[in-house]
Structures are given as C-alpha cells and as structure tokens.
Ligand binder design. Structure first.
Ligand SMILES: Cc1cc2nc3c(=O)[nH]c(=O)nc-3n(C[C@H](O)[C@H](O)[C@H](O)COP(=O)(O)OP(=O)(O)OC[C@H]3O[C@@H](n4cnc5c(N)ncnc54)[C@H](O)[C@@H]3O)c2cc1C
Length: 457
C-alpha cells in the first residue's frame, strides 16, 4: 500500500531512496486512489505513472517476487539468467531500452542473432535464402489474409512451403506466439509489430524490471481473491492479507489466470470482456536451462538456433546466455505443452535426445546441470503469451475498454500490436494508469518534478 504521503513523509522517504523497492512488509489493507493487481511489467509501469502523479496506489502481487514473466535468477547454476523474457524487441522504439541505459545496464546486440541448423551443421547460404524466402512467403500470406479481414486460423493461410513447411510453421507459430498456427487468428498475427533488432540485457532483463520497480512500494504474497465493484464509487478487493478499497482498479493478471477464476468477480464482467479474455488465452513457452560446457556448437552469445524439422517435435536453442555456459531449450506451442504436462524429467530427456540426434551422442555428454522452467504451471501466470484464437482478432481492443467505468485491464494481452512482449505490457500499463488517473480526477495538485520517486517504505 502506498497511502498518499504528506509533504514531510515524502521528503523523508525521497531522501531514503534506496536500491530496492519496498517489498513485502507493506500492509495490504486500507484505502487508495488506484489498486493494481500484479507487479509484473504492466503493473510496475502503471504504478510508476500513478506515483509520478502523486496519487496513492496499492500494488498487489500474488507471488513472493516482482516481475511476473520477467525474472532473473541463478537457479541451480549460481549464474544469473533470465527465466522468462530475455530480449527487448524493436529496440529503437522500445521504452525499456532508455530505462535500461539510464540504470547503467549493459544492453547488447547479439549478432547474428539467429542461426539455422540442418542437423549438426549450420545452413549453407542457399539454404538460408530458401528458408528466409519461405518465412517471408508464409508471413505475407497470413498478413494478407488478416489485413483483408479474413479472421481464419493462420495455418489455413499458409502456402505450400515444401520441405520448409514444418520449420516455418514452428518459427511463426510456437516460437513467435507460443501457440500452433491453427490456434492463431490471422488478423491478430497481421497486427503484430515486427519483432526484430533485439537487444539483450547482460545482467538479465529481470534486473531491468527490478530497477524500474525501485521507487515503488509492493505488497508481495498478496493474491487478490475477490473483487467487488458494487461499493458506492469504490471497488473493494479482498486479498490474502486484508481488504483494499480503491476508486479505480488496474488488472494485469494474465488472461489464463483471469479465465481460471482464481479471482472472483462479485459483479460479473460483461460477456464481451469475459469472451475476450477467453479468446486471448496464453499458449506455452516453457524452457529447459542447461549447462553446455565448452561451446560445442560454436554459438555466438545469446544467439538463437532454429533447426530444420519435418514435424512439430522441435525446439529452439539459445546459446551462451549472457556470455555464460548456459543455454536455453525453448519448448513451445502444443508440443511444448505436451512435454511440460508430462513433467520436468520428460522435458529434460527430450532436450538431451534432441541434442544427441542433432549433434551426436558425444554432444550430449557436454550437458551439465539442467533446470526446467514451467510457466504453464506457475499458478499466477499459467502460460506463455496471449495469442488470439481464430475469429477473435479484434478482442485486444475489447480488453482495452474500461469496465464499470473504473476497472482497466493492462498487460501484454491488451496491446494491439506489441502483444506477447515486455514492451507491450509496459505501454499498456502506462495507458491503463493514465485512464485510471483520469477516472480519479487526474494528477494530485501536489505532483511536481520530484514525483515518481519513492514515497514510503
Ligand atoms: C519463457 C518466456 C520468454 C519470453 N521472452 C520474451 C522476450 O524475449 N521478449 C519479450 O518482449 N517478451 C517475452 N516474453 C513475453 C513477456 O514476458 C510478457 O509479455 C510480459 O512479461 C508480460 O507482462 P505482464 O505484466 O503483462 O504480465 P505478467 O508478467 O504475467 O504479470 C502479471 C502479474 O500478476 C500477478 N498476479 C496474477 N494474479 C494475481 C492476483 N490474483 N493477485 C495479485 N497478483 C496477481 C502475477 O504473479 C504476475 O506477477 C516471454 C514470455 C515467456 C513466458
């Protein structure tokens, strides 16, 4: 909770501006201008805006940490690595790039960022050309269908790509959207922002998001269980640690969490909103992190390797994560979910078999410790990223509409073009904050240039 500070408290707290957000020990009850559910990227962006306007807020996070799908940990390896998002796409326009630089984080451009392998060897120039042409043809066909308003499954728009079919379907579907293309709307696909010019944060993207949260007060271990939007002009939130009354509410929980009804709405959401949440469900983007000693595949730092495949039973490898011996095996889409449902041992065994099949049995011996990260099983996330179901391409716009004039959705699922990205989540959080601020009467009359810094501990 961050009750509105008086001038003296504000100055004292600003003087105590520290390197970490005020976490955990904050009572989650009382009255605020705006409550925010979720301290992932969108929630943090929203809270910063509200703090800058000197309005009081409660940033309520269900889990024991901030960051949501962006988190840097050391796991069993003792080496920092991203467990979720790893890249900042469209770096020229990505608002988090400037923030990262301001925080002194090292953002680097892995180049060449993608590699295509055919078995153990890197593709020849002519094979790269064939593959690139096939990807372009496939994306153009899906985009043409989507732009023409044909909201069919993206898979139905695919031309015949010969022996590149399965590889291209994997790259554009599971790897790009976390769903197979037969479950992705061509309209949603067509609206997506081009994702290129990626930058990687050497210290971990989770560090960048944690730095963004520095000025904020967050209530951790505070799942919101019930929302009552009836109370005269107020929304009442029942949390595991008390009751919060707010004049406006921003919800950033993932669509899968919302559809699972882990949060009860006393006053049901309008049918169109509930339908939009269901249509924008998350696919699967799970991962095995592995130690690979000695860079056996001669990868550039943070380079992503795609393998030519004949079916959906494939993965993408990210090598030398942050310049270390760690690699990621990305297990995505329907096949990723199958493996994940079968358990961590099955995920890890598949990765070992895949490396053996592509690089030989000796290569498998280079694998050291491993760790499976199952976002699809995280109780407060429940999946990878949102991708609209066929026929539902217009639903992000629906989610962006306020509900009962005072409930605002934010998060990657709400951004029409940058969905599925950290940048989309951030921008949607800022937009929701601006809308919620308008609802509560705008910025506090006291807000000035110092706003946005830490208010209370
Ligand atoms: C493995 C993986 C790799 C990815 N790679 C990239 C990448 O390289 N680049 C990129 O741009 N994007 C990537 N993404 C996508 C990116 O991580 C997401 O788009 C972004 O982090 C979503 O942020 P968000 O704030 O919308 O949601 P979240 O991060 O899901 O935040 C929502 C928060 O709400 C909390 N919450 C849920 N329910 C409640 C409740 N009832 N009460 C209180 N709190 C609650 C959750 O605990 C969570 O902290 C990746 C995603 C995954 C899974």
């Amino acid at each position: 909770m961050n009750p509105r500070p008086n001038r003296r408290q504000f100055l004292t707290a600003a003087a105590a501006f520290a390197a970490a957000p005020a976490l955990g020990q904050v009572p989650a009850s009382g009255e605020v201008d705006i409550a925010i559910i979720g301290a992932g990227t969108a929630g943090i962006a929203a809270a910063r805006r509200i703090a800058a306007a000197e309005r009081s807020y409660a940033l309520l996070e269900a889990s024991e940490r901030i960051g949501g799908r962006v988190t840097t940990g050391t796991g069993v390896f003792g080496i920092a690595h991203d467990r979720g998002a790893h890249r900042l796409s469209a770096s020229g326009r990505n608002p988090l790039v400037a923030l990262g630089r301001l925080e002194g984080l090292r953002l680097h451009d892995p180049s060449p960022i993608r590699r295509l392998n055919i078995g153990a060897r890197e593709a020849r120039d002519s094979e790269y050309d064939d593959f690139t042409t096939a990807v372009r043809r496939a994306s153009r066909a899906i985009i043409a269908a989507g732009e023409a308003g044909r909201d069919i499954a993206a898979a139905r728009a695919l031309p015949d790509l010969g022996d590149w079919q399965a590889t291209v379907a994997f790259v554009l579907g599971p790897l790009n959207t976390s769903k197979d293309l037969d479950q992705v709307s061509a309209v949603d696909f067509a609206r997506a922002e081009e994702r290129s010019d990626d930058l990687v944060c050497r210290e971990g993207l989770g560090r960048l998001i944690a730095a963004a949260a520095k000025p904020l007060t967050v209530s951790l271990d505070t799942p919101v269980r019930r929302i009552d939007s009836w109370g005269r002009g107020h929304i009442i939130l029942e949390t595991a640690r008390g009751t919060v009354r707010a004049r406006a509410l921003i919800i950033t929980a993932s669509t899968n969490v919302l559809v699972s009804e882990r949060i009860r709405f006393d006053q049901p959401l309008p049918k169109r909103t509930a339908d939009a949440l269901a249509a924008l469900s998350l696919g699967t983007y799970d991962r095995v992190v592995l130690e690979l000693s000695g860079n056996p595949f001669r990868l550039v730092d943070d380079q992503r390797v795609i393998f030519k495949t004949a079916d959906a039973h494939t993965l993408a490898l990210v090598g030398r994560v942050g310049g270390t011996q760690l690699a990621y095996a990305e297990l995505t889409g329907g096949f990723g979910r199958e493996l994940s449902n079968a358990g961590e041992a099955t995920m890890i065994a598949f990765v070992g078999d895949f490396i053996s099949a592509h690089f030989g049995a000796e290569a498998r011996k280079r694998i050291g410790r491993t760790e499976a990260v199952r976002w699809s099983r995280e109780p407060w996330i429940m999946g990878g990223v949102s991708a609209a179901a066929p026929g539902s391409g217009a639903n992000r716009r629906v989610l962006a509409e306020p509900v009962h004039d005072r409930i605002f959705f934010a998060g990657e699922a709400v951004h029409e073009t940058w969905w599925g990205t950290v940048a989309g989540a951030w921008i949607s959080g800022e937009r929701a904050a601006m809308a919620a601020l308008r609802q509560v009467g705008g910025a506090s009359s006291r807000s000035g240039p110092a706003a946005g810094r830490k208010k209370n501990k």
